[in-house]
Design a protein around this ligand. Structure first.
Ligand SMILES: *Cc1c(COP(=O)(O)O)cnc(C)c1O
Length: 244
């Protein structure tokens, strides 16, 4: 093992251990929860050690950035699973369908239409999460809480494989009530999966029912600072200063 791989393996083990502790409180184990390594702004060289350490599910927030990195990495490792966790423009729907295995950011009827069309054209059904703007924040992506039942209904009618709900709660405020609200919404709609929890709060999210956590910094270390600011996750940066 190289030093990079060893370090990646240690970070992975630390996160999986914490996942296990939180999961046991809900009668689950770490294996019941999907850990998605969020590799946005990380170069392929930073991603490879984590793949070598056994991580298989990765997430990106920009289609274009992912197109530049992942086709080559997929050739090196066949069983990778790639998740799109950032806002998606309708005109990139076809590109997203071609590259990703799961989409976490379905948040409006026009995008549902674009995704359905792209899936039909590619003859490929990609499972989706509906992203809910759980803190009713103006600048943030996600479907308004009040509009979510209608979007769920439309996705079901369009025969999109709908896995569950996803959220990024507001920054700098206790996230538990937002996670609990998302869990309640999913329960009421009969949706099984919850994509919630990041480096600073994934244990809380798991205790409140997360089935998929999206963890960047805790697995990769701080993101390279040249990165463009990401409107969906300013909170991650703030919280990371407190995270172990
Ligand atoms: C960046 C990002 C994450 C990971 O954030 P960390 O705090 O680095 O774990 C999770 N979810 C989304 C949607 C993101 O954009």
């Amino acid at each position: 093992m190289t030093t990079d791989t060893l370090e990646a393996a240690q970070r992975l083990a630390t996160v999986r251990e914490a996942m296990g502790r939180a999961a046991r409180l809900t009668d689950r184990t770490a294996d019941d929860i999907t850990l998605i390594a969020i590799s946005k702004t990380q170069a392929a060289d930073a991603i490879r050690p984590l793949i070598d350490a056994g991580q298989r599910a990765f997430g990106e927030n920009r289609v274009q950035e992912a197109q530049g990195k992942w086709p080559a990495l997929r050739e090196e490792c066949a069983d990778l699973q790639l998740h799109l966790v950032g806002q998606l423009q309708s005109n990139k729907a076809a590109d997203a369908i071609a590259l990703f295995d799961v989409i976490h950011s379905l948040d409006r009827p026009s995008l549902l239409t674009a995704l359905t069309k792209a899936m039909d054209a590619a003859d490929r059904r990609i499972p989706c999460y509906i992203q809910v703007n759980i803190g009713a924040e103006e600048q943030k992506g996600g479907c308004a809480i009040a509009d979510t039942p209608a979007l769920i209904k439309a996705a079901r009618a369009a025969d999109i494989p709908l896995l569950g709900l996803m959220c990024v709660p507001p920054a700098d405020i206790e996230p538990a009530p937002f996670f609990a609200l998302l869990a309640k919404m999913a329960r009421e709609e009969g949706l099984a999966r919850l994509s919630m929890g990041m480096s600073g709060d994934y244990e809380t999210a798991i205790m409140l029912g997360a089935t998929d956590i999206r963890v960047g910094t805790a697995l990769f270390g701080e993101r390279p600072s040249a990165a463009r600011p990401d409107p969906t996750s300013g909170r991650g940066m703030v919280r990371n200063s407190r995270a172990k």
